[in-house]
Design a protein around this ligand. Structure first.
Ligand code: CTP
Length: 404
């Protein structure tokens, strides 16, 4: 995907650097265009280093006759070469100019020449955001087909609290990918994904958990939504922002996760259980913080409900995909889990390897299918792996249906 990132002049301009990075992590090629006031907040060099592309800062960057000629049509070239224009932060001034078609710098000129998808992420002080002039402009831009990603509520740089904060860059990147994704092949699916660890409380401040970051499951839910599916994500505690366009259900422990999954099961056509659910919970959980003494302390653990197995018993004609996080015997364990839990596919990965798996942005997985097929995917970014798992899931379902 080819994206132009327009950076406006606001305090949130520094977050645009993280946005450029997040877009590139999702496989986008990013061309940055900065306004003159954006350059007061952040240096073009930062974006050039991050994207590996020259940053465009003005309509006429050179005085030589050839260069003047080339730069006079550069906004047309950039408009034609890119599929998405995302402006973050979109200031009140930029949105006013876009609304009225003013074209006094590169970004506003590009806006007029651009025929692809336009996504605006406004950020400003609450009073400016709520001013009738801004409200009018936002309404007119939205009516024109520009997509407005509304600012979030929170503490603003000016010291006040209210609406006006730029959303998390990861969430903006997710929205860009979802809104501009060319494939909508999953638009008749409801994909229920679980992600993250669970936390099994010992007392009000302590818990038993594991190293799962949730990234694989979040990537799956995001990829499903981007391809047109209704995506429902049941997530244990993670540090990740809610993926754009995904229905979120946040839970804490295995029993809550079980209830959330079983509650949504009837809606789902595909269930993907990537969560690293704790196998035990603490039976003698304390309602008060446990005080240190010199005596030995024993925790009594009871098995948590096996959600995958329960879904397997009740799945009907839904496609069920389990995960197997292993430290050895990958294929045997994958096959065993597929058979005992009635899965159609198990995504097996080794979690004791440097740089992939738990906590990492990359993964290397082997897909074990109920048809007997085994596919080892090459190591790749988790968002890439997510799309490949969905591709194989659709292919597998066709194979199962045509055999039935
Ligand atoms: N799982 C589940 N409920 C549990 C435990 C695991 O739904 N209480 C699911 C996970 O979401 C994953 C799959 O089961 O899809 C395998 O998880 P894993 O921890 O690898 O396997 P276990 O069944 O716990 O088996 P083992 O401990 O023998 O490896």
């Amino acid at each position: 995907m080819k994206v132009v990132l327009g950076v406006g002049g606001g305090i949130a301009a520094y977050k645009a650097a993280e946005l450029a990075r997040a877009l590139m992590d999702q496989g986008a090629r990013v061309q940055v265009v900065m306004t003159a006031s954006a350059r007061q907040f952040i240096q073009p060099l930062t974006f050039a280093a991050l994207t590996g592309n020259k940053v465009i800062t003005g309509l006429f960057s050179s005085q030589s006759p050839e260069d003047v000629l080339a730069s006079s049509v550069e906004h047309i070239r950039v408009a034609q070469e890119n599929e998405v224009l995302v402006v973050a932060p979109a200031t009140a001034d930029l949105m006013a100019k876009f609304t009225h078609g003013l074209a006094d710098d590169f970004l506003t000129t590009l806006y007029l020449a651009f025929q692809g998808k336009v996504i605006l992420a406004p950020a400003m002080n609450t009073a400016m955001w709520e001013h009738p002039a801004t409200r009018d402009n936002v309404e007119r831009l939205a009516a024109r087909g520009n997509f407005i990603l509304p600012p979030e509520e929170g503490l603003l740089a000016c010291g006040t609290t209210g609406a006006g904060r730029l959303p998390d860059p990861q969430r903006i990147a997710d929205a860009v990918v979802t809104l501009a994704h060319p494939r909508k092949d999953l638009d008749s699916e409801t994909i229920l994904v679980t992600a993250g660890p669970t936390q099994e409380a010992i007392d009000p401040v302590r818990f038993i958990s594991n190293k799962s970051s949730g990234k694989m499951g979040y990537s799956l839910a995001h990829a499903a939504a981007a391809r047109g599916a209704r995506a429902i994500l049941v997530s244990g505690p993670t540090n990740l922002p809610d993926p754009y366009g995904v229905e979120m259900i946040r839970v804490r422990d295995a029993r809550e996760m079980r209830d959330a999954v079983m509650g949504k099961l009837k809606d789902a056509t595909i269930i993907i259980k990537s969560a690293a659910v704790a196998d035990y919970f603490v039976l003698n959980q304390s309602t008060q913080k446990i005080k240190k003494t010199s005596a030995r302390l024993s925790l009594e653990l009871d098995p948590t409900p096996d959600i995958l197995a329960e879904v397997g018993r009740n799945k009907g004609d839904r496609l069920l995909i389990g995960f197997a996080a292993e430290t050895q015997n990958l294929l045997e364990e994958g096959r065993r889990k597929m058979n005992t839990k009635n899965c159609d596919m198990v995504v097996a990965n080794l979690v004791n390897q440097e740089g992939i798996g738990f906590e990492s942005d990359r993964n290397k997985v082997t897909l074990v299918m109920s048809t007997g097929e085994v596919v080892s995917l090459p190591e790749a970014a988790k968002h890439d792996i997510a799309h490949q798992i969905l591709d194989h899931a659709m292919r597998l379902r066709l194979a199962i249906f045509s055999k039935a």
